[in-house]
Design a protein around this ligand. Structure first.
Ligand SMILES: Cc1cc2nc3c(=O)[nH]c(=O)nc-3n(C[C@H](O)[C@H](O)[C@H](O)COP(=O)(O)OP(=O)(O)OC[C@H]3O[C@@H](n4cnc5c(N)ncnc54)[C@H](O)[C@@H]3O)c2cc1C
Length: 415
C-alpha cells in the first residue's frame, strides 16, 4: 500500500492549492483526480473573470488553472494520479485509507491527513420535481457549457433558462454569442442568485429578459422539447396558475443550485451543516474527525475561484502540519450569528491571542445599507459598514484574534 502525509481528493483549483499548501508545511502529498486532466470545472469556463484578487488579472478558467498547475509542478513532494476515482475512505488508527480505481487497478493509499476537494455537482430536473415528460433538450447549465466549450456541440436554437445562478447567467451570454436566442431567464426568488457583475455583463448588456419571482410549471414535448409553461409565484413561492403562459422553446437549461460531492466520506459522521449540505469546519478547515479536512466547493459553494484557492492552500497547509504532528490547537471558540445570516465558514476558531481569522458567510436575502458587526464578550470587536449585502455574493469579515474575549457572534445591523 502507498503511504503519504496528505492525500488530496480532487485536482480542481482547491486540490491544486491544497498540494501547494501541504508542500509549504513540509509534507508529502498525493492528488487523486478522476479526470484525465487537472483543473476541475475551470477547464470548461473559457470566459474571463478569474484571478482578479490573487493575480490582479482577468484570466480565463484554463489560464487560471494553468497558473496553479505550474505551481504544483515546482513542488517536488507532490504526486499527481490522474484517471483515479476515489470511492471510499476508512479510518485506520490515527491514519486514513483511501480506496480508488484507475485505468489499471484498484489502489489503496494510507495518509495521515485527507483533504476533500471534490467540488460540487448541479441539481438536475428530478431534484426540483419539474413536471412534464422527458424530451431531449433539457440540460443542466454546466453540462451545456461542457458540450459547447469542450465538445464543440450546439445544444439548441431557442433557449429558456430556469434559475439565475452564475452558471445560468454565463450560459445566457455564451448561447447568445453562439447565435442562439435566449428568450428568457426565469427565477423563482425576488432576486437573482448571481453576482452583480454577471447580471450586468451577461444579461443586461445582451438585453436578455430576466423574470424574477417567476417559475416554470411544466415542460411540453415528446421527442424534443417544444416549450415550457411559466407562471409568477406568490409570496409563499407557489405559482399563480391563472397567470400561467406558454413560452415556445427547443432547449431548457437548469441553473438551480449546486450540491457538494460529499458522499465519499459517508462512513464518517463529522458535524454537519444543513445550510451548506456539507461538513462543519474549524479555522484550519478541519472537520471534527481529526485529520479530515474539507475546502472549496465541496465545503460551500463559492462564487470566486480566488477564494477557493485561498481555502485550498490553507486546508493543505494545516493538513500538512497535522500529518507532521505540528498543528497547534488552542481553546476553541464557537461562531454564532443572527437571523440574517445563513452560515459561516469556519464555525470554530482558536483563541490563540494573536493573528487574524477570516470568516466567510452568506446572508439569506439582499439588504441595503448595513453594518456587519462582530461581538465577543459583549463588546463590538469589528465593524464593517457596507452599502449593500446580497444573497448571491459571499461576505467576509476579518477578526483580530487578540480582541477575542469569548465566543464570537456576527450580526447584520440594517440602517
Ligand atoms: C459555469 C461556472 C462559471 C464560473 N465562473 C467563475 C468566474 O467567472 N470567476 C470565478 O472566480 N469563479 C467562477 N466559477 C467558480 C469556480 O470555477 C469554482 O468555484 C471552482 O472551480 C471550485 O473549485 P473546486 O476545486 O472546489 O471544485 P472543482 O473545480 O469542481 O474541482 C473538483 C475536482 O474534483 C474531482 N473529483 C470529484 N470527485 C472525485 C473523486 N471521487 N475522485 C477523484 N476526483 C474527484 C473533479 O473531477 C474535479 O476535477 C465558475 C464556476 C462555474 C461552474
Amino acid at each position: 500500500m502507498q503511504k503519504t502525509d496528505v492525500l488530496i481528493i480532487g485536482g480542481g483549483p482547491c486540490g491544486l492549492a491544497a498540494a501547494v499548501g501541504a508542500s509549504r508545511a513540509g509534507a508529502k502529498s498525493i492528488i487523486l483526480e478522476r479526470d484525465s486532466k487537472l483543473g476541475g470545472i475551470l477547464k470548461q469556463c473559457i470566459h474571463n473573470g478569474f484571478g482578479l484578487h490573487l493575480f490582479n488579472e482577468e484570466l480565463t478558467g484554463p489560464e487560471y488553472a494553468k497558473r496553479w498547475i505550474d505551481k504544483v509542478n515546482t513542488c517536488k513532494d507532490v504526486t499527481v494520479c490522474l484517471n483515479s476515482f476515489a470511492y471510499d475512505i476508512e479510518k485506520n488508527g490515527s491514519s486514513f485509507v483511501v480506496s480508488a480505481y484507475n485505468e489499471e487497478d484498484l489502489i489503496e493509499i494510507e495518509a495521515k491527513s485527507v483533504v476533500l476537494a471534490l467540488g460540487c455537482r448541479e441539481r438536475p430536473s428530478g431534484a426540483i420535481l419539474l413536471a412534464g415528460s422527458r424530451p431531449s433538450g433539457i440540460f443542466t447549465a454546466g453540462c451545456a457549457q461542457k458540450l459547447i466549450n469542450i465538445d464543440g456541440k450546439s445544444v439548441g436554437k431557442r433557449v429558456v433558462i430556469l434559475g439565475s445562478g452564475d452558471i445560468g447567467l454565463i450560459m445566457a451570454r455564451r448561447l447568445t454569442c453562439e447565435g442562439a436566442k435566449v428568450v428568457g431567464i426565469y427565477e423563482i426568488m425576488p432576486q437573482s442568485g448571481g453576482l452583480a457583475r454577471n447580471i450586468t455583463q451577461c444579461v443586461q448588456d445582451f438585453n436578455i429578459p430576466l423574470h424574477l419571482s417567476t417559475t416554470i410549471t411544466r415542460t411540453v414535448g415528446k421527442d424534443r422539447l417544444e416549450g415550457v409553461y411559466v407562471a409568477p409565484v406568490n409570496e409563499r413561492l407557489k405559482p399563480v396558475m391563472e397567470l400561467e403562459k406558454f413560452v415556445p422553446c427547443d432547449t431548457l437549461l437548469l441553473s438551480v443550485g449546486l450540491l457538494p460531492e460529499i458522499e465519499i466520506a459517508g462512513t464518517f459522521k463529522p458535524e454537519w451543516c444543513p445550510a451548506t449540505n456539507s461538513y462543519v469546519v474549524d479555522e484550519y478547515f478541519q472537520t471534527n474527525t481529526q485529520g479530515l479536512f474539507c475546502a472549496g466547493n465541496v465545503l460551500h459553494v463559492n462564487d470566486l475561484v480566488d477564494n477557493v484557492s485561498r481555502e485550498g492552500e490553507d486546508a493543505g497547509y494545516f493538513a500538512g502540519l497535522n500529518a507532521l504532528n505540528k498543528l497547534k490547537i488552542a481553546p476553541k471558540l464557537t461562531i454564532s450569528f443572527d437571523e440574517h445570516i445563513k452560515y459561516t465558514v469556519p464555525k470554530y476558531i482558536y483563541n490563540t491571542g494573536e493573528g487574524e481569522a477570516k470568516i466567510s458567510f452568506r446572508v439569506n436575502k439582499n439588504y441595503r445599507r448595513t453594518i456587519i458587526r462582530a461581538m465577543s464578550g459583549g463588546q463590538e470587536i469589528s465593524r464593517k459598514p457596507t452599502p449593500a449585502v446580497t444573497a448571491g455574493e459571499m461576505q467576509t469579515v476579518v477578526i483580530d484574534k487578540s480582541k477575542l474575549a469569548d465566543d464570537l457572534h456576527l450580526e447584520i445591523q440594517i440602517l
